[in-house]
Design a binder for this molecule. Sequence first.
Ligand SMILES: Nc1ncnc2c1ncn2[C@@H]1O[C@H](COP(=O)(O)OP(=O)(O)OP(=O)(O)O)[C@@H](O)[C@H]1O
Length: 649
Amino acid sequence: MLVMLFIWRWTQNQLGIEKPKEPKDEDDNKDEEEENKLDKEAENIPVLTIIYRVVSFCKFQWKWYILEIALFHIATGVRCVQPHYNAKLLSIFSNKEAILNFIATLTNHEAIFIYTIIVSIILYIVGIVLSGMESGISSYSSEIFKNRLRSHLFTSVLKQEIAFFDKHKTGDLISRVNWEVNSIRRATQVNKIFDEIVPLIYSLIFMSTISWRLTLANFVAMPFIAFCCELYNKKRQKFFWKTYRSSAKAMNVIEESISGIRTVKSFGCEEIECKRYHKHLLESSKLNKEKSIAYIIFRWVNDICDNLNYIFIVAYAIYLVMYGKILPEQLVEFWLYETSISRYLYNINYTLQTIQDGIMSARKVFSIIDREPKKIKSGTLKKPIDGKITFKDVCFTYPSRPNEKCLENLNFECQPGETIAFVGPSGVGKTTIIQLLKRFYDPDSGVVLVDDVPIDEYDSRFLHNSIALVAQEPILFDASINYNIKYGCDDWVTDKDVEEAAKQANIHDFILTTETGYNTLCGERGVALSGGQKQRIAIARALIRKPEILILDEATSALDAATEKDIQDTLHKISQNISVIIIAHRLSTVQRADTIFVLSDKKIVQAGSHKKLMQEVDGIYYNLVNKQILHEKEDTDEENYDENNNKND
Ligand SMILES: Nc1ncnc2c1ncn2[C@@H]1O[C@H](COP(=O)(O)OP(=O)(O)OP(=O)(O)O)[C@@H](O)[C@H]1O
């Protein structure tokens, strides 16, 4: 009973039923606290829920699991009978007298001898073949599981609201998709534990039929070993969280440095980035060193206990043989089983640790898979849109900066087919207005309406298709120009539409000059193209959708004056039928807008056409235009001066 209690306690601990406490890192800043909220929630998921979730992910490849379990049991059964036949052979040759006796009567024993050898060989071969097949199937089914889990996790990550990505670092998310899923996959090979438990039980049964006293002697050191395991596993759990954090930080440095390699190189910061990465690796190595020391101590204590137990069993066995309680050949058979017992126990402990790691990883993975994206209440309305946009008393604060109001009581209207523009100093909230219209965030108060209907009543996909955005920093995917223009609507647009959109965006001629035309690859994030080319492809990507509302957020900032004028003419033609919102610092870009809204101090302070605003000589717009004209004049004067000087030289 006592032993059972210890085993139960030990298993509980091994499986992490006692929730691991995340150690408090003194260096943690506020951002990390915010980011770790999810992990803290994850820690509270009961272990049985986690096991249930993992099992429900496994169940769809149940056929593989059943085959694997069947093969496993046959292979284990075969392996368990082997020592019996080996012992039979050994007992024949156990001493000189027995060998001479056997040779003298060889003809009598020949059949038994050959039979035993043949059975032994067959058992070995069957055991090897079945074990191999079982391992292969197990690894195959766990790979299927891993991919399925990764795919679910990735889908869940993409479903999250934009605010989620403001708080969670890319490195952490990538680490969950790779590292944590792998750790769960290892834990799902739970049959590995049966690989040890079943033969252990079989061996114990065989051993107790030989001598129940000797079999019981195996359990003498069990309580102490269980106690050591418990101490060691507590230590391991502490290390798990710390190692996870430092690996996620290291992953983040890799992601940031590689995606921003041009910035890193242009500032000559390669060494700084290497040092930053190295710092996190050192942190991780330090933790691993401590972990290894803890492991060494655990192994020492474990092995000492094991050996002492062994010595005790040997002494006890000699005693039993001496007093005729068991026969020498029985002892040989017993010993063949005995040698495997400690190996089984060690492997069980190792597998339980893997399962424990898997459970901790599963907490991290399922906390995201099960996370309901906040506030993304999507309606079902799909009625065609005319393009009227209304912002009514909209107030907004970014969730990651809850103490800084970004927009206050914003009110404006855009009639269908109108072009409106937002201008104002940098950081005043122009892009934020667009983010609210695209429902990347929901306002704290007030309402955003499209055609007098609150935008959360529209089907989210329908709304995104009706409102096309050309963002400030267009992101192109590492695929062909054709793919990038068609992105998201390749099931309803043709190659002719792609060409048409490219012509409207003034990029068609450039595409024709490339060797592979529309199949030219854009490179990761569009690195193989110039800023202006990227912007024009992004404009084509927006135009091909034939949206009812088109948003251009600094969409032509990287273009030369002539190209910008061509695109503006095209957009002007298109904008007769659709609503257009333009955000631009270059005021010449917004001059044609029906209404220009000037933002300052979180709200709209001026509104009207360019002509009207230019009449308000005390207004911000008038000043902005004058400053820009003056600036452009200074630039032209400087250029003329340089040119004259060059001529005189
Ligand atoms: N994801 C975010 N989380 C927290 N704060 C943000 C976030 N995005 C923007 N901000 C802050 O909100 C404010 C408004 O930003 P926004 O990008 O709307 O300005 P903008 O007027 O478009 O600026 P610019 O003309 O330079 O593009 C800024 O102070 C900015 O720092």
